[in-house]
Write a protein that binds this ligand. Structure first.
Ligand SMILES: NC(=O)c1ccc[n+]([C@@H]2O[C@H](COP(=O)([O-])OP(=O)(O)OC[C@H]3O[C@@H](n4cnc5c(N)ncnc54)[C@H](O)[C@@H]3O)[C@@H](O)[C@H]2O)c1
Length: 288
């Protein structure tokens, strides 16, 4: 049985890459999909139109939206469009994102601002009207927010991108708490997949291992009934492996309370409790 029969899914940045893979899989599982993307192909066609047309040609339900999701009025317009086309919104995947990589000393203000606007302000611009629509419909819903390993542990040359993606991570935790009041489940997805930019640099085998279709199956698990009532989790997903990412506290040192503070010297002597032991695994390493 199709997993998303009768559901309406809005996916931002779905004209190519990961978003396109989610849209094609969700449509194949019975969802009506709204493909948002601001991009155009080399011959000037809207990427969103191309993907929506191809899904419809295969018998699926799809509509294209070509607005910039970092604009508050356009974000609201996207949700209105979904409701007008398919009578509701059950699933939102906040996927659109951009990079403007430079080390901090070379980074211009515009590189910083644009990345925050597209990657982080879009969370407000699209999610707020989507949550309001889900609350009004009273049927719950699922929202997936796209973060990145870069935002969680850092990556050289990505101060702007990492800050925006760490922002998504924080946003998502709060949304999980607030969405629970309305039966809206929330996930954070930290994907790794071959992109339009990196495909040409990789071997065929590597491209297959990191195909967006691997991540799409994880997104489908998140938005379908397969994940039950789960909410608030962060999942790293790639063709090489899938795992939850969670912040773990170290054993810590009991504070001085109203008495004597734990001194700086005492801290230096208790480093075993202060710091978390070096992890046996790194996020993307599935060799062990
Ligand atoms: N590919 C990876 O390995 C990887 C790793 C970590 C995180 N991510 C995140 O996953 C998401 C998808 O990445 P991808 O690799 O498929 O990227 P991609 O560049 O192939 O696709 C992103 C799409 O978003 C669209 N877009 C950009 N700005 C937009 C805007 N303002 N409004 C509407 N659409 C807009 C682009 O036109 C593009 O089609 C991004 O948020 C990215 O940061 C990807």
């Amino acid at each position: 049985m199709a997993l998303l029969e009768g559901k309406v899914a809005v996916i931002t940045g779905a004209g190519r890459g990961l978003g396109e893979a989610y849209a094609r899989l969700f449509a194949a599982e019975g969802a009506a999909v709204v493909i948002n993307d601001i991009g155009r192909s080399a011959d000037g066609m809207w990427l969103a139109d191309e993907v929506a047309e191809s899904i419809r040609a295969g018998g699926g339900k799809a509509a294209a939206h070509t607005g910039d999701i970092s604009d508050v009025a356009i974000g609201a317009g996207l949700i209105d469009f979904a409701r007008a086309q398919f009578c509701g919104v059950d699933i939102l995947v906040n996927n659109a994102g951009i990079l403007r990589d430079k080390s901090l000393l070379k980074m211009e203000e515009a590189d910083w601002d644009l990345v925050q606007k597209v990657n982080l302000k879009s969370m407000y611009a699209v999610t707020r009207p989507a949550l309001a629509a889900m609350k009004e419909a009273g049927k719950g819903g699922v929202i997936v927010n796209t973060s990145s390993v870069s935002g969680i542990v850092g990556n050289f040359g990505q101060a702007n991108y990492a800050a925006s993606k760490a922002g998504v991570w924080g946003f998502s935790h709060v949304l999980a708490l607030e969405g629970a009041k309305f039966g809206v489940r929330v996930w954070t997805l930290a994907p790794a997949a071959v992109s339009a930019l990196t495909a040409g640099l990789m071997s065929e085998d590597m491209c297959a291992q990191l195909a967006p279709e691997h991540v799409a199956q994880v997104a489908l698990y998140m938005v379908s009934g397969l994940s039950g009532q789960r909410t608030g989790h962060t999942i790293f997903a790639s063709g090489q492996g899938i795992r939850e990412l969670k912040l773990l506290p170290s054993p810590g040192i009991r504070g001085g309370g109203s008495g004597t503070p734990v001194t700086a010297r005492a801290l230096a002597e208790a480093e075993e409790q202060l710091y978390y032991p070096a992890p046996a695994l790194t996020i993307m390493d599935f060799s062990k």
